[in-house]
Structures are given as structure tokens and as C-alpha cells.
Design a protein. Structure first.
Length: 398
């Protein structure tokens, strides 16, 4: 992050209410092709801060090993190489032809069995008695020490959703093509049925039934992207989306949170807890540990509760403080070297993330539901962590 971007981002988020998830009125998604001149600061300023989608051209993935090794010369998945590298792995596979609780049921299969199925599926004209199986959410880096986590398959559909914790995400097509349908934050409210549930498929004819989807006619058309091989789609925080694989496809995906969207994550968690509290409100008086049960249910649905969110913020804070405390000394920083430039970039970003973390941590500490929990297990206590963060920021800005 350069100083101009730091100043821009600090001004944008000066008030906590600026955690709004952005608006999108043009329907146009920028296509970024100039790899030589497009910088991280450009991306941060033009897309992360305003929470806007974009597409990176295939030039940005030309040097990736996966695009050389996982794909044949004809642009198709290289099954032989994939089997040799990952054949014994156990992978999660979803059945796209079956719907359970607005999602697809999953099973664990050996990767070599899935590849055998995939080959047979192609041979039979993309039909199988087992349905359309989709290798999805395989955390490859956990097992093979790589940052790549591919998801596969022709004619498969990812149900309508927003990414975990309202994180940012990018998705790179190693081979194949995808169609994306994107809805800006807030549009999902118009797509809910009379019970408040989102549709499984936003293209289903049933959405036209106003007795079931009373506000659907108020929704805007989705933003549509056709993603080609090698291209990367950036999905901003809180953008609901539905994805179709148009060909045999391998993609690598990554989710992350930083100072720009950590407040969006906190707002999402508050909404999730409020929804749980409404559902079991009738048990509030007779149940002594009602607040704890609400946290437990939220965690089972969302994957995190308020105390774990505090620890999440603590990890962010400690990481950024480490960057500030272990930066270059004055003499080294004054030198015009790549190391000095990278250090300056990192330190400004660290300060920005810390300032945003302070805002969210202050809000969390004042939250009544958080204060009702047993906080004695939190180390350091929230007040001490806040003091440390503010001191680190003040020192960095001297």
C-alpha cells in the first residue's frame, strides 16, 4: 500500500458507519489486462475499498505452475498428471443433482475414484447414474503444502450463496469456462421467499410466483460474467452469487479478510446471532444458559462464535503488530532498495488493518451479547488488547 492509498483508505473508513458494503449501479465489471502497470495499491483503492468486482486477464496466471502442469496442450484437464500427483488423496464431492437443505449433499471419495468417474461421465455424454458429481472445497494446501485448492466440473452448479464470513474471494480458472451471476449486497433481500429463505437457484421459474417470492420483481438483474481459462474473478464481500461450469473446469479459489471488510464480517455475525435469537426466543426465560445456546447454534451454522471472533481479531492484531515492531530501522528504510519498498508497503497496510481492527474490537467489547459471555478465558483481555493496538498505532504514526 502506498501513502496515497493509505490516505484514501483512512479517509473512506474514518467513521465506523463506512463499513457499508458498497453500491453497484453500472452493471459493468472492469476487465484488468495491463499486468505491467496494475499495482496492488490500484486494486486496493479501486476494488477492495469500494467493494466492487473485477476480472483479471489470463496474463496474471501465465506463470502459474498449475496452468502448465494440470492442463493438456489442448486446454483440457490432464488426468494422468493429476492422478500421479494427487491420486491417493481423499476429496469432498458434492452431488449437484440432489438438493438437501438448500445445498448439495457431500461424500468423501478417493481422488482416483473421482477421476475415474469424471472420465466415464465425459465418455457417456456428461451423463451418469450417480448424478453430476462436483469436487468442491478441497483444501489442497492443507495436505500438499501448496496455496492451490481446485474445484472441478462440467455442468455443475454452485447454489446461490455469499462467501464464508462475508470474506473477499478470488477464483482463477486453470482451464475451462464459468458463468457467474452476481448480486450486489442488499439485492438478496428481494430474492427471499415469504419465510425469509434464499432460493437454491436464482434462475428457477418459481421465483416469478409472487405468493412465494413477494419482492422478486423489485430485484435488479444479476451482473453476469463469463470467465475464460486463465482469468481471475474477484468477488467482493457480501456479494451473493451463483456459478455454472460451462466446460470441464479446474479452478483455484481463495478467501480472505482484511481491514476493508472486517467490519462487514462483524455485521454479518451480529445478524446471524440475531436470527438465532429470534428462532429460539420462546426459550429465553426458562433456559438459564440461553445466551450460550445462541452462541452454540450460531457457531454450528456459521462456523464461529463471538469469543472465536475475538481470537480471530487477536490473530490479525498480533500479526500486524509484529510487522510494525520488526520493520526496518531508519537507516535501512532510507535506502532505495526493494526490501525497503516492500517494508514500507507492509507497514502502511499493517497500520490501516490495525486501525480497522480497533474500530471493530471496540464495537465487539461494547456489545451486550459479548459482555454476557464468560470472558475470563480470553487472553489478553479485550481492554488490554485494545490498549496494545492503540499504542502500536500511535508509535507507528510518530
Amino acid at each position: 500500500m502506498d501513502r496515497a492509498t493509505f490516505a484514501c483508505s483512512t479517509a473512506f473508513f474514518r467513521d465506523y458507519s463506512s463499513s457499508a458494503q458498497g453500491t453497484f449501479s453500472t452493471g459493468h465489471v472492469d476487465f484488468i489486462d495491463k499486468i505491467e502497470s496494475f499495482t496492488y495499491s490500484d486494486f486496493f483503492r479501486d476494488y477492495l475499498i469500494p467493494n466492487q468486482p473485477c476480472v483479471f486477464s489470463e496474463k496474471f496466471t501465465d506463470g502459474w505452475g498449475s496452468r502448465r502442469n494440470w492442463v493438456t496442450w489442448g486446454g483440457k484437464p490432464d488426468f494422468d498428471h493429476l492422478l500421479q500427483e494427487f491420486g491417493e488423496a481423499i476429496v469432498p464431492v458434492a452431488n449437484c443433482d440432489v438438493k438437501e437443505y438448500n445445498s448439495n449433499p457431500k461424500e468423501q471419495l478417493p481422488f482416483k475414484e473421482y477421476i475415474s468417474y469424471w472420465k466415464e461421465y465425459i465418455k457417456n455424454g456428461y451423463r451418469s447414474s450417480r448424478g453430476c458429481l462436483y469436487l468442491k472445497d478441497w483444501h489442497l494446501s492443507r495436505y500438499f503444502c501448496t496455496a492451490e485448492s481446485p474445484e472441478y466440473f462440467l455442468q455443475s452448479l454452485t447454489p446461490f450463496h455469499a462467501d464464508v464470513f462475508r470474506s473477499y474471494s478470488w477464483s482463477a480458472n486453470i482451464c475451462g469456462r464459468k458463468k457467474w451471476l452476481l448480486y450486489p449486497p442488499g439485492q438478496e433481500d428481494y430474492l427471499k421467499d415469504c419465510h425469509g429463505n434464499l432460493p437454491f437457484d436464482v434462475t428457477a421459474p418459481g421465483l416469478q410466483d409472487r405468493s412465494v417470492y413477494p419482492r422478486y420483481n423489485q430485484s435488479q438483474p444479476p451482473v453476469e460474467i463469463v470467465q475464460e481459462a486463465g482469468e481471475i474473478v474477484f468477488i467482493p464481500s457480501g456479494w451473493h452469487h451463483q456459478v455454472y461450469n460451462l466446460e470441464d473446469t479446474i479452478s483455484i479459489n481463495h478467501n480472505w479478510v482484511n481491514g476493508c471488510n472486517v467490519a462487514i464480517m462483524w455485521c454479518f455475525l451480529q445478524d446471524e446471532l440475531a436470527a438465532v435469537q429470534r428462532e429460539i426466543n420462546e426459550w429465553k426465560d426458562p433456559m438459564d444458559d440461553w445466551h450460550l445456546q445462541c452462541q452454540l447454534i450460531m457457531k454450528s451454522c456459521t462456523g464461529i462464535d463471538y469469543k472465536e471472533f475475538y481470537n480471530f481479531l487477536k490473530v490479525i492484531a498480533e500479526n500486524r503488530i509484529s510487522i510494525l515492531e520488526n520493520g526496518l530501522d531508519d537507516e535501512a528504510s532510507a535506502k532505495n532498495t526493494p526490501k525497503a519498498a516492500i517494508s514500507t508497503l507492509g507497514m502502511l497496510h499493517a497500520v490501516f488493518d490495525l486501525k480497522r481492527t480497533v474500530k471493530v474490537l471496540t464495537s465487539l467489547s461494547a456489545n451486550e451479547d459479548f459482555k454476557k459471555l464468560d470472558l475470563t478465558s480470553l487472553s489478553p483481555p479485550p481492554e488490554a488488547l485494545l490498549h496494545h493496538l492503540k499504542a502500536a498505532i500511535d508509535t507507528a504514526l510518530l
